[in-house]
Design a protein around this ligand. Structure first.
Ligand SMILES: Cc1cc2nc3c(=O)[nH]c(=O)nc-3n(C[C@H](O)[C@H](O)[C@H](O)COP(=O)(O)O)c2cc1C
Length: 139
């Protein structure tokens, strides 16, 4: 068993009218399955995109990512990083969530994530740092 961290970004295929309900559903499923699979992580959401950090046993994370990548609620998935880690960065979260909204848009902007430079165009370290910052704030 070896611990890894995987980071990807994708384009949202959610329809605006159902977006919040669908996001609630996604996080509910993610938390339930991840708790069972000892996967932890953090999900960033904007009106047009997702980015996610997944941590856990390498085989389990790979299997989870395969399932997520096949999900029609998003597309154009880009794997940004997959690397061994000594310890989890998001151990408290079976799946944490932060959405860009009126209160968080400033923090997203500080990390260079704007509507013009959305999550799929970012590097893995930007996603990781932003997720870490938002995780600290939601403690
Ligand atoms: C943006 C996004 C993030 C997701 N995150 C997770 C996750 O962390 N863990 C997980 O098991 N499923 C996650 N899902 C749900 C999976 O895509 C899939 O629906 C679920 O794992 C059930 O798999 P199944 O439909 O093959 O049974 C996510 C879906 C989306 C669209």
């Amino acid at each position: 068993m070896s611990l890894i961290q995987l980071i990807y970004a994708s384009e949202s295929r959610l329809v605006e009218a159902n977006r919040h309900r669908e996001i609630d559903r996604i996080v509910e499923t993610a938390q339930r399955l991840n708790a069972r699979n000892a996967v932890t992580g953090f999900l960033l959401v904007t009106s047009g995109a997702f980015a996610q950090v997944l941590e856990g046993d390498d085989a389990t994370v790979a299997e989870t990512y395969t399932r997520i990548a096949a999900d029609p609620r998003h597309g154009a998935i880009r794997l940004l990083a997959e690397s061994p880690i000594a310890r989890r960065g998001f151990a408290r979260w079976s799946m944490g969530l932060a959405e860009r909204d009126e209160t968080t848009t400033f923090i997203f902007g500080l990390y260079g994530v704007t509507p013009e430079a959305d999550l799929p165009g970012q590097d893995a370290d930007v996603i990781l740092d932003l997720a870490g910052e938002l995780a600290r704030q939601s403690r």
